[in-house]
Design a protein around this ligand. Sequence first.
Ligand code: ADP
Length: 333
Amino acid sequence: MLWPLPKLEPSRPLKRIALLTSGGDAPGMNAAVRAIVRTALERNIEVFGVQKGYSGLVHGKFEPMDRSSVANILHRGGTILKTDRCDEFRQLEVRARVAETLRARGIDALAVIGGDGSLAGAHLLEQETGLPVIGVPGTIDNDVYGTEDTIGFDTAVNTALEAIDRIRDTATSHERVFLVEVMGRSAGFIAAAVGIAGGAEVVLVPDSAVELADICHTLRESERRGKFSSLIVVAEGDDPNRTPRLAAALGDLGFQARAAILGHIQRGGTPSGHDRVLASVLGASAVDHLLAGYSDIMLGVRAGEIVRVPLADIRRKKAMSNDYIRLAQTLAT
Ligand code: ADP
């Protein structure tokens, strides 16, 4: 997908901006960093790269970046700026001090690449101190309100699928049921996408109240139609023992069930072309939105367009349709 860049007119002077990546790392964050740095330099704005998310802001760890600081990073997973979780930044006094430090260094605005937690922090900083902020959604979980897509989601889905395709081979050879747990925190977007694309008979998302009896029914139905291996995709959710427990329960009912937890292999790796384009477009547009006078917004994508999402809404829950789960099941059984 190539999203058209909104045409914007500069309306405020910007001399220096700071840029950070925060929360869980996601493949494609580097493409967003590169886009922000190079677009800003092109517009004669200096850029300071903050190390390790909000920790770097709190401890004054930021350095000027030039075009070569972001050379050769498009294809690298993770984030060259490093990321961190920073509890201190949750305190009002700390955020006030951060804004003072930034202003003392002549920094006029802050760009934040991260998930909904990081963006909620940026919103508070803006509201309390008036420092202009702009957000870019970077998380593999795709659980950010107001945007259909986040940087890293596509890559994570593809990485999980690679593993699932291999597991499927083993499942078929041994006529087994495999439960594969994927990431996604309390959202089920990765599980739904992977379930559809990987041909899973059952997709379990954190909110779904699927009973063991329903799962057995689906598996037996699938057997009756001649399939002797099945795949169940489970979203990690908040219960770390959900997948092994379910495998044990299916074992007790006579299924040869095995659990595979994909874990952190889904986070890293070379970003997909899709994620690199999304990150480049949103990153470049973030700079132009700041120049045009926008603040306290995140850029996202909806229906083929770049959209502005007020950061005030960022904590709203992004709903996931049950249709995806039904679709996976219909197509697989
Ligand atoms: P993500 O951005 O991936 O959702 P987290 O929720 O862990 O990840 O948030 C990352 C960081 O953002 C936190 O460690 C903290 O520094 C900051 N943050 C999160 N929520 C808030 C909040 N309500 N107020 C201030 N800062 C926050």
